[in-house]
Every structure is written in C-alpha cells, then in structure tokens.
Design a protein around this ligand. Structure first.
Ligand code: F6R
Length: 259
C-alpha cells in the first residue's frame, strides 16, 4: 500500500486526476471504476478541466460505478446515476453506452448483480478503481461485517452511513436503506486502486485501513492485500497515521526514481 499525504484537498484531487489521466493516455480504452460522494468531486473537476484545456480523450473509456441506492430511479437527483452525469459525464466526451451504473430499480436483483459482474469481465476487468471511504471504514457500500471476498450484491446501509448521507437529502428519513454495491472481491480484482480521503472525520478510518488489522469490520483494510493500491489523503485525514514520516520518505525516494 502506498500512502501519499497531500497538503490539502485540492492537491489530493490533482494527484488522483493525474494518475487517472496517465492511465487513459497509456490505454485510451481503459476501464475505470468510479465512486460518488463529496470526496471525488475535486478529482472530477480536474478531469473535466484536463478534457477541456488539454484534450484528455474519454471517447473510448469504459466506466463502472461502485454503487447505487436501491429504489431510486436514474432521474432522481440524489441517485448516483444522476450524480455521475451531473458532475462528470455531461462535461466530457464519454460515450454514454460505455457507462455502467448499478440499476436502483432492478427487479431481479440477483440476476442484475450477476450480470454486472459479467459485464465487468466482458470489458476485460477494471484497470483503475477510484474509491472514497466511509467514516465506518466502508469502501463502496461494503459496511462493517461485509465479506472481504464478496461480489456485487444488495446491502443494508449502516446507521452511520444513513446519517452521513442525509446531508444530500431533505431529511434522514428520505435516505434509502438499501443499495446495490460492488463487493470487496470485485474491487480487489481491479489492477490498480486509488483510495481518497480528506478531512478529520476520516482520520480514524484511514488509520484503521492502513495500520490496523485486516478485518471485515473495516472493509477498506482489505486493500492491504492489494499489490497496487495507493491511498491519497490530505493532512487532516492522515492525522492519526503513526508512520507518516516513513510514508513521506518512501514517496520521496520513489519520486526521485520517477515512480
Ligand atoms: C460512493 C461510495 C462510498 C463513498 C463514501 C465516502 O460511491 O462508494 O463508499 O465513497 O461513503 O463518501 P464521501 O466522499 O461523501 O465522504
């Protein structure tokens, strides 16, 4: 696990966007795994800027989103479908046919989830997966206790997540209680993973993810097993890491080698 500590949110976002842009330039038909929430907004803004000002080309890029609230139509303003078009897809030259987001209205959930996995496989697997992290250590919507080898499935949101996400809805009561999410096993098959976190509120989750034991109580901790995972955090989210100096030292040496 490589840990990159940035001064602030803006620098975190730019680092992530740069890695994504390099991936797309190296392989124009890259398969990207994408996240929603507040954390990746700056990264998406920077990717939009790169598209507009530097001609970053998304025409062959294929995307798979991590999750969607169950029960929300794609047109619902709080759906992750709506979020992705509003904050990224409407502003870049992606082919909408290459966009995949779990269907919040799927009737046969089991068949839908199996098919989502199959579509990822048919696309050749995910080259680069972008992740945020919940305060309870979840990745995608794999709440504490979710299987660390799990596949795409329907899950019940934890109380903490419902409270955290209420800020996007008129009231807490409106937050859907269920979601369709890629499993940790699905995520772990991505060839490269970037996890972003900013702000003090994520400091405990980041410390547990990076320096705690691997446990289904902090599903992000499974990333310790991934050969190519990069954790990019701002100073506030890095606050509780004990080995900060070492991570800085590693990055200095790797950057000197252009890595
Ligand atoms: C969103 C997702 C979630 C969020 C996490 C953090 O697609 O999979 O795991 O990344 O809940 O959300 P924010 O960024 O809003 O703090």
């Amino acid at each position: 696990m490589r840990v990159i500590i940035t001064e602030n949110y803006e620098e975190m976002s730019k680092r992530a966007a740069k890695i994504i842009a390099e991936q797309i330039k190296r392989k124009p038909n890259s398969v990207l795994g994408l996240a929603t929430g507040s954390t990746p907004l700056g990264t998406y803004k920077e990717l939009i800027r790169m598209h507009r000002e530097e001609g970053l080309d998304f025409s062959k890029v294929v995307t798979f989103n991590l999750d969607e609230y169950y029960g929300l139509a794609p047109t619902h303003p709080q759906s992750y479908h709506y979020f992705m078009f509003e904050n990224l897809f409407n502003h870049i030259n992606i082919n909408p046919r290459n966009v995949h987001i779990p269907d919040g209205l799927a009737k046969d959930i089991k068949a839908f989830c199996e098919n989502y996995e199959e579509e990822i496989r048919r696309a050749g697997g995910i080259d680069l997966q972008l992740l945020g992290i919940g305060r309870d250590g979840h990745i995608a919507f794999n709440e504490p206790g979710s299987p660390l080898m799990g596949r795409t499935t329907i899950i019940a949101l934890a109380e903490e997540t419902i409270k955290d996400n209420a800020r996007f809805f008129k009231s807490e009561a409106e937050v859907p209680r269920l979601a369709i999410t890629m499993g940790c096993g699905t995520i772990m098959e991505a060839r490269k993973i970037i996890l972003l976190a900013n702000g003090e509120g994520k400091a405990d989750a980041i410390a547990a993810t990076v320096e705690g034991p691997i446990t289904s109580q902090i599903t992000a901790s499974i990333l310790q097993m991934h050969p190519n995972a990069i954790i990019i955090v701002d100073e506030a989210a890095a606050m509780k890491l004990r080995r900060k100096d070492y991570y800085r030292h590693v990055n200095r040496l790797l950057e000197e080698q252009g890595l």
